[in-house]
Design a protein around this ligand. Structure first.
Ligand SMILES: [Zn+2]
Ligand SMILES: [Zn+2]
Length: 126
């Protein structure tokens, strides 16, 4: 079944955990990262879902950011070209993987905050 999905372009093989992942994701129009390990592939150029990038490098989830409305975003960094992008969390993303990045990604929280225009509270500390 998975092989057929791959041939028809409805699935991709994750560059991180090597699982075959369907492009269809609950709660988002374009799945762009693996729900298990959150690894992505650099396929979009300017717009999410435009598939216009020729890079195709592996993108690691480096931080979690949250928007003003409380929605979580995964911040991905391309290993090949260091391109940064933010992506909406999908409904079936692994909550443990999200939490691990949210905790371990604290040093990069300022990058994530500047990307989404959020407030970074480090300067409030004395
Ligand atoms: Zn994966
Ligand atoms: Zn790239």
């Amino acid at each position: 079944m998975k092989l057929i999905a791959l041939q028809e372009g409805r699935a991709f093989r994750c560059l991180g955990c090597k699982l075959d992942i369907s492009w269809d994701a609950p709660g988002t129009t374009n799945r762009n990262h693996c729900p298990t390990c959150l690894t992505s592939k650099h396929v979009d150029d300017r717009m999410p879902g435009d598939r216009a990038s020729a890079c195709l490098g592996r993108m690691d989830a480096i931080a979690i950011a949250s928007r003003d409305d409380g929605e979580w975003l995964v911040v991905h960094e391309c290993r090949a070209c260091l391109h940064l992008s933010t992506n909406r969390v999908a409904g079936d993303d692994n909550p443990l993987a999200l939490l691990r990045i949210a905790v371990s990604g604290l040093p990069t929280a300022s990058i994530a905050a500047s990307l989404v225009g959020g407030a970074y509270t480090e300067k409030d500390k004395r």
